[in-house]
Write a protein that binds this ligand. Structure first.
Ligand code: PLP
Length: 396
């Protein structure tokens, strides 16, 4: 048996660290999913999860990974050959577009540079051109986990409204939900897709669809074939707190505690904690003299920071060194960014001291791996975490 002393530091942008009370809840003995006790749990989590998406409408919960949430969103609302407008923020937007094509839809994929958020003006221009309303849905990734950019969902809603375009708005919040501000109802989103393993601090295994009345109406006309993911069957039985098939009972035990945990801290405090961690991380990166994958800091993600390695330096060799030496797991580059970037996840269950430790681990790793950098980034980040941002700016 091999043993690594000390606590493992899991700092990929999901799955995230599961706090002990949530883990303990998932370890309870499983119960009968048709029992009265389960009905109470089902009603509680189905109501509670709405407060996280900020919606008064139903949220569907599937036993599946986040990708299934994309699939359910498309299948329930669209018909074969429908045009969907998507924007290439990075790997996850690319995968969603690829899925749309596989399902028999016609994705129109607006070109992005994998370093920027959704270009709202480009979406608006395309919608304005589409006088025949051939586009049936606009699908965007709120937080592009591959590149560390956050997009303006309310801005895209406003673009739809300004052009008077009736397309549905679908948003992937898999790596932003419960970690940065998100308002399904207020932002007029028709389908919001979520997953359990990031801001919700649960193990992987649940996918979510929050839906609008307009999305529910579209589901009545939609002709893509669907079975397990059919909203109608699920919504009918969810009214009583039950599910049409065997739900992930133990993850739902955990979900109840996760929702309580988030509200105990307060959603705004949760969002502020993530924003502070992200600011501290970016402060360290700038000090080291490394480059962010996100080109404009105003678009930087609150949950993940992707850092570009200097030319000729392997990001994966650096990550391997950090894992071996400090038991700190960082995220790798995805798709064309493989071995070119490393990603620091600051999402879910952490505090300021966790982030200070992670950034120390990264800095020690840079030194050990011989990556050219300016020492002192972790120290500069500590000052951001300690609330000295203004003083620090003044000193620069
Ligand atoms: N969308 C985003 C933004 C993600 O970060 C991920 C996973 O990291 C996915 C979709 C896919 O989710 P899953 O791997 O749970 O299927």
């Amino acid at each position: 048996m091999s043993h690594k002393p000390g606590r493992p530091f899991l700092h990929i942008p999901g799955p995230t660290n599961v706090p002990l009370p949530i883990l303990a809840a998932t370890a309870r003995p499983t119960i009968d999913h048709r029992s009265a006790e389960f009905g109470r749990l089902g009603r509680e989590v189905l109501a509670g999860i709405r407060t996280i998406f900020k919606t008064r409408n139903p949220v569907l919960i599937y036993a599946a990974s986040g990708t299934a949430g994309w699939e359910a969103a498309l299948l329930n609302t669209l018909s074969p050959g429908d045009r969907v407008l998507m924007y290439e923020t990075g790997q996850f937007a690319t995968l969603w577009a690829r899925m749309a094509r596989k399902l028999g839809l016609e994705p129109e994929f607006l070109k992005g540079d994998w370093r920027s958020a959704v270009d709202v003006a480009a979406i608006e221009a395309r919608l304005a051109e589409d006088r025949a309303h051939a586009v049936k849905a606009v699908c965007i990734v709120h937080n592009e986990t591959a590149t560390g950019t956050l997009s303006d969902v309310a801005g895209v809603r406003a673009a739809l409204d300004r052009t008077g375009h009736p397309a549905l708005l679908m948003v992937d919040t898999i790596s932003s939900l419960a970690s940065t501000d998100y308002r399904h109802d207020e932002w007029g989103v028709d389908v919001t897709v979520g997953g359990s393993q990031k801001g919700l601090m649960l193990p992987p295994g649940l996918a979510f669809n929050a839906v609008s009345d307009k999305a529910l109406a579209a589901a009545k006309q939609a002709r893509l074939a669907r079975a397990y993911f059919d909203w109608e069957d699920m919504l009918a039985i969810n009214e009583t707190g039950y599910f049409p098939t065997t739900p992930a009972v133990n993850l739902l035990f955990g979900l109840k505690v996760a929702i309580e945990t988030l509200h105990a801290e307060g959603l705004d405090a949760v969002f502020a904690r993530h924003a502070r961690a992200a600011a501290a991380t970016r402060r360290a990166v700038r000090h080291w003299g490394l480059e962010l994958q996100c080109r404009d800091e105003a678009q930087a993600s609150p949950t993940v920071t992707a850092v570009r390695m200097p030319d000729g330096v392997s990001a994966d060799a650096f990550r391997a060194e950090v894992l071996e030496r400090f038991n700190l797991t960082l995220g790798g580059g995805l798709g064309p960014l493989a071995d070119r970037v490393f990603r620091i996840g600051h999402i879910g269950d952490f505090n300021d001291l966790t982030i200070a430790a992670v950034l120390s681990g990264v800095e020690m790793g840079l030194r050990l791996a011989g990556v050219p950098h300016r020492a002192g980034g972790a120290d500069a980040a500590q000052r951001v975490l300690a609330g000295e941002t203004e003083m620090l700016r003044a000193a620069e």
